[in-house]
Design a protein around this ligand. Structure first.
Ligand code: NAP
Length: 108
């Protein structure tokens, strides 16, 4: 089973990649795919054909987001929607807690 972990340079992403040694796990950092780029997300995930995608990428700069929410929304909402769409899922309107904390899991 192939698992793709997005945000693989982050605290949660690094641990997930480390804790899934038995799976065919591919960690992708921001340098590999920027979640704000819908086409890049779609093409990268299609090329890897994962069984499971775990999205841990996030803009966690809470203080900056309170002053200017745009950059965080681009990653945490729009980027997550790009991942969901690439997985064939229908984006919905989750609560802010889910946008910020719930990994996106879906099938390609
Ligand atoms: N850590 C925890 O204990 C914990 C607990 C509960 C929930 N969470 C949630 O889990 C998520 C991840 O937390 P974390 O602690 O792992 O955060 P983190 O260490 O800040 O990691 C987030 C990762 O997202 C990447 N990223 C940011 N913008 C991106 C973009 N446009 N495209 C692709 N990747 C991008 C960052 O890349 P760069 O390295 O290049 O900046 C970073 O590696 C957050 O939603 C957080 O609220 C974490």
């Amino acid at each position: 089973m192939r698992v793709v972990v997005l945000g693989a340079n982050g605290q949660l992403g690094r641990e997930l990649v480390r804790l899934l040694p038995g799976a065919d796990t591919v960690g992708l950092a921001r340098a590999d795919v920027d979640l704000r780029d819908r086409r890049a997300v779609t093409e990268r995930l299609a090329a890897l054909a994962p069984d499971v995608v775990v999205n841990t990428a996030a803009d966690n700069r809470v203080d900056a987001a309170e002053a200017e929410p745009g950059p965080a929304l681009q990653v945490n909402a729009l980027g997550a929607a790009h991942v969901a769409a690439a997985c064939g899922a229908t984006p919905f309107a989750p609560s802010p807690m889910i946008i910020f904390n719930w990994p996106t899991i879906g099938e390609p």
